[in-house]
Design a protein around this ligand. Sequence first.
Ligand code: ARG
Length: 459
Amino acid sequence: SANAMWGGRFASGPDAIMEAINASIGFDKRLAPQDIAGSRAHAAMLAAQGIITDSDAEAIREGLLTVLSEIETGQFAFSTALEDIHMNVEARLKEIIGEPAGRLHTARSRNDQVATDFRLWVRDQADAAILGLDALIRALLDQAEAGADWVMPGFTHLQTAQPVTWGHHMMAYVEMFARDLSRFRDARVRMNESPLGAAALAGTGFDIDRQMTAEALGFDRPMANSLDAVSDRDFALEFLSSATISAVHLSRLAEELVIWSSAQFRFVTLSDRFSTGSSIMPQKKNPDAAELIRAKIGRILGATVALFTVMKGLPLAYSKDMQEDKEQVFDAADNYMLALAAMTGMVTDMTGNRDNLEAAAASGFSTATDLADWLVRELGLPFREAHHVTGALVAMAEEQGCDLADLALADMQGVHAGITEGVFSVLTVQASVASRVSYGGTAPAQVRAQIARWRERLG
Ligand code: ARG
């Protein structure tokens, strides 16, 4: 039989394989609410412009609401023969309201239709990401506030570097996730223009009002070029890129939680609600959620690479290649949101183990830099010489199997005669962090200032 949608031109229907490769209904049914919102806006505009009658527009409006409720209640029978969500909705509308349904597609193409639907969908996801990041940032702020002055080891190369505060470490992630949030916001501003009315690619001869449909759908304005409107998916690429960068941040925090919750570190205790057990080892409490968050970047970056690769080299305007945009974005968005929610739960529920953090902070000669700085400040040594003297003191402590603070003053003076009792005041981890008062530094006073700044910004 001839094709149900374009039977006029076609003598035979598609091969089963053609139908299988061509159909997108299996995944783009997710766009139903956006598709129906777009169609309602379009029909209202057609009537306002006198292109269709008010009674046709009313029938279309009522019919679309029925279709939507059928879809929402799971009564809708999706058909692969009807290719995609757009044709499925229109065909069902025809069954319900008859002839007026055929007027809905006036001055419209599936090309501007799908671009509109997808923009609306991605815009919702950007909003959800913004909300999700806001929640995560607030959870991190609470953690930072609770332990603004808890001392822990700061690492470089995962080797003890200098003591830092728990609050400082939490606030580092606040900065990262806040940048992620602003990336989604920026992307949302750029994507919020309406492709509807671009029609197939060239615009239309009908006297449409693109401003009206743009406004009805919450867009800031219609897109200025009809070719661009149906051709680009940069809004999806920007969303994916933002999600990818944020997933990197999530992955790094997840990795730290994995390390920190181990028996060897014991920096944090994860809640039972976000941990799993082992079927064989009774003692186990595994950080599976953190591991999965750590892994999600794989598929999110994969989706990003996939869509970049699909889009490169496509001539203007629409090509069917672009149908491959949706599954990638759906999967990346679903998994990004899940990772974000899981991380927020883990951070909210976790307990920083103050005593273990502090004990770890003192190990590994973490105040060696403070000692070198003291030699510079008090004895006027050039930093390079102070570095050398301190290195010798570290070697001595290592040999004696003690910390820097446990060295005898006389032994220290054997390395440099000018060293006095006063040196011991800078060798504690508390003194070390308290001294780091430079803007953005780890001193509790600085951390509290950072927290206050963010609380004010977030409101
Ligand atoms: N299902 C299609 C897509 O996702 C809708 C647009 C079809 N347009 C066309 N000219 N075949 O891209």
